[in-house]
Design a protein around this ligand. Structure first.
Ligand code: R2B
Ligand code: URA
Length: 295
């Protein structure tokens, strides 16, 4: 069983590693005792959603908290991200977009490496726009693509462009798809476009600025459809590339909020949205239960 792999010779020599955005440190916390049993890392955009997921998974896996303790946001002192631990499941918010995702992933990967967690599998449970996929349906990413439709996560490091390949785990996806067949909603697989912006970056015509036409947008959407893109979101390249670098399995599961062939605005009611956002959670909970052999 593999550990989450860091690849940084300087880490070894550091007397203390401060995981600043998580509000943890190797000198103030016994990370192995706190996180050594983590097997599943579930990440989603908002603290609220991840707290809800933590409560949900606690019921699903019949996890009982230690007497006298309650579910707590472990990273509350950082005021950046929220993190909850439910037995072997770590639930963490990642904010919006690649920069926010990359910061938290650096620290989560180091955290799990310090803790010697065995073979953790990472999930992003998110929301997205659908490309000819209707709202409420769930898309599991087969391949994450950047804005130029390349399967890479591109970053600028020391003034140079560095590309890392994106990679999801086919076996995890297959298992999730099988579990999806039993759900009351539809799950599809496909390529995912990851952009650096919600408005112009995703070809919306409802942003503050727009210097292309609706026809240009539709032409682009149809092109995406033709090349097998099923959804658009903002973190998948970074998530799948960084987890791959850490030699960890990962999957991206997003519920569609709007079919981009039909519109740009998110019009669903709050109640509907909450119901939809639970769908990726149900799939991942079913996977975790299957792995833990809980019926
Ligand atoms: C999906 O939803 C967010 C934007 O509304 C972003 O984090 C994403 O990937
Ligand atoms: N998240 C996105 O990034 N795009 C959408 O259209 C909906 C949610």
């Amino acid at each position: 069983m593999a550990l989450a792999q860091t690849n940084n010779p300087y880490l070894e020599a550091m007397e203390e590693d401060v995981l600043y955005h998580l509000g943890l440190s190797t000198s103030t916390h016994d990370l192995a005792a706190m996180f050594g049993d983590i097997r599943f890392v579930c990440m989603g955009g908002t603290p609220q959603r991840m707290e809800n997921f933590a409560k949900f998974i606690m019921k699903e896996i019949d996890h009982v908290l230690q007497p006298g303790t309650c579910l707590q946001d472990i990273s509350r002192h950082s005021h950046r991200y929220a993190m909850f631990k439910v037995g072997p499941v770590l639930c963490i918010s990642h904010g919006m977009g690649v920069p926010s995702m990359s910061i938290v992933l650096h620290e989560v990967i180091k955290l799990l490496s310090h803790a010697k967690a065995r073979d953790p599998v990472f999930f992003r449970l998110g929301t997205c726009g659908g490309v000819d996929v209707d709202p409420g349906n769930v898309v599991i990413t087969e391949e994450a693509l950047d804005g130029l439709l390349r399967p890479v996560f591109e970053n600028i490091i020391l003034g140079k462009i560095v590309q890392r390949p994106t990679q999801v785990d086919p076996m995890v996806i297959e298992s999730l798809m099988k579990l999806g067949e039993k759900m009351k909603f539809t799950t599809v697989t496909g390529r995912t476009l990851c952009t650096n912006d919600f408005y112009e970056g995703q070809g919306r015509v409802d942003g503050a600025f727009c210097n292309y036409t609706k026809e240009d947008k539709m032409e682009y959407m149809n092109h995406l459809k033709q090349v097998g893109v099923k959804n658009i979101e903002m973190e998948s390249t970074c998530f799948t590339a960084m987890t791959h670098m850490a030699k960890c399995r990962s999957a991206v599961i997003c519920v569609v909020l709007v079919n981009r062939l039909c519109g740009d605005q998110i019009l669903a009611t709050k109640e509907t949205m909450i119901e939809w956002q639970n769908r990726p959670q149900q799939l991942v909970a079913a996977y975790i239960k299957q792995q833990l052999k809980i019926e």
